[in-house]
Design a binder for this molecule. Sequence first.
Ligand code: TMP
Ligand code: ASP
Length: 327
Amino acid sequence: MVVYSGKAKDVIEVDDESVQIVFRDSISAFDGIKKEELTDKGKINCLISSKLFEILNEYGFETHFIRQMSDTELLCKRVEILPIEVVCRNYSAGSLCKRYGLEKGLEFKVPLIEFFVKDDKLHDPLITSEVAISLSMIEKKEAILLEAITRAVNEALRKVFESISLTLVDFKLEFGKTSNGRIVIADEISADTMRLWEKESGEIKDKDRYRQDLGDVIIHYQDIKERLEQVKSIPPLNLKSSVRVIIKLKDSVLDPAGEVTLRSLKRKEYENIEDVRLGKSSFLLFSETPSFALQEKIEKISKDILSNPLIENHSFEIYFGSDKLQV
Ligand code: TMP
Ligand code: ASP
């Protein structure tokens, strides 16, 4: 049974836990206004996606990918897709240039992360994480995790593409929730969902060829696929996650040290301070990529070791890399 039919893929139910994703030859742009059938496009994007998911799984990312079933089919975990698309940009291009009047190809020192609403009728509008959280599209914890995972994926894919002389300009990720609530990278990662430029010449290799009527779409997609097939082992990478855990006494628990601090502040004539509660923070550095599993691990560490859940509450944030540990 087809459970979903999109602009370029169909999703067929296999069982309660898994689906088959079928890549068609359809290509579209501008929310489906421009569309066409291109021979072999489904096959090529399926193979690109399959290879990239294999690479991500090898780096330790949690994805929906199980295995390739045929040239145009992937076996994947059954997930509910989150209504947010996460875009990561290393260089300015596409809608970012249009929105802010930027020239193309400016490199960002820190890659940009943007959230978009997954809704063609609304033309996938940009959304701040605050609004997405407030409209219950995602939880705050999820927004933080999606950003950290996307930054880590960027680091990994940038290295992989660099090794085959391609520049990863930007890409889009979608995430899904499995039946037991785990967040994994989902959908496809292909020449349709990223911008890739030839490293030396800057020649466009991705779906912009179709959007901009540059021609030879399939020739360039095929070239990406063939270069990816040359990647026999993943480039070594030291993926890290840094975590800040904040522990606070529950509001109902007396905080004598906080009270002493408040009295001392008042004695020194600092005004308009009503309350002081002393908390503690822990900073942890993990040598693994941000993931739902890491989020679970930190939850357990916070409850079992870093805090006393009888009298304390905790919250935490996961960042990609080690920079954020520098306070
Ligand atoms: P944008 O510059 O048009 O916002 O696109 C950013 C990246 O997201 C680019 O790599 C292409 C990808 N993308 C999709 O995968 N699906 C879409 O519907 C759009 C608009 C972009
Ligand atoms: N994916 C969208 C579409 O098929 C937009 C795009 O990629 O430009 O219409």
